[in-house]
Design a protein around this ligand. Sequence first.
Ligand code: COA
Length: 259
Amino acid sequence: MSDVLLVEKLDGHVALLTFNRPEKMNALNQEVRQALFAALFDLRDDDDVRVIVLTGAGDKAFIAGADIAEFKDARPVDQYRSMQRGNIYSAMEEFPKPIIAMINGYCLGGGCELSMACDIRVASSRAKLGQPEINLGIIPGGGGTQRLPRLVGEGQAMRLIMTGEMVSAAEAEHIGLVEKIFEPENLRDGTLEIARTIAARSPIALQAAKESILAARRMPMDEGLKFERAWFGLLFSTADKDEGVDAFLNKRQADFKGT
Ligand code: COA
């Protein structure tokens, strides 16, 4: 296991992944990206883990962006390829289990892009979010120009990406960049409660929900509705559906197995 990314399996089928370069504000370098890939690869087939939570070590940063030190001598073709081949952001989106970003501080550049590739963003009231690449004379390269407008609308995305300015957690919540805010001291418990609530649902139904919601990005409405209907029908073949319906009818808690 790499020490730039700590992997902990917690109660309630939740895995907590912590970016661990606090002295560099958890800046995202190649080593961290590879460690995240490897961890997701392992967790994908681990039936004991149903929800992933990502956070940053220390109390300052989730991730303060791509490691700018790696930009200094980077060749254009390498930058292009590193974003194309093995794109971690797309891998997270395609990951069959829910991923929650627990944003504990600065969430900038590639960090903000990473949080947008998660399914849900929960932030500390002290967090600051933004896409400051324009200050370096570049633009977001990890999907920021595509995912940000989908979350907050084109105008707000233009404002954030063109000014490069950070927004507070409160403003991020207001524009739809984060879904929930907690005071710093409650962030971990509050986020894990959300994670455990989700992890108690049927894993197959969760995958169906994630794939169907994301399908809306690339499909016109009628195709998306068909896609949803296919998943909806398929779920009627699962033991989890029988369990969920039986639990409701018998006024008991469902125990979903993912089958
Ligand atoms: N890449 C590489 N190193 C980074 C970094 C990044 N994205 N963000 C922070 N660091 C490093 C700093 O260089 C510093 O290292 P040092 O102690 O060896 O000098 C350390 O992390 C602490 O950062 P510092 O700037 O001293 O902290 P601060 O509290 O004054 O400011 C930030 C915090 C996040 C506002 C500031 O670090 C910053 O603007 N970072 C860059 C954000 C950015 O542009 N990200 C997009 C990259 S595409």
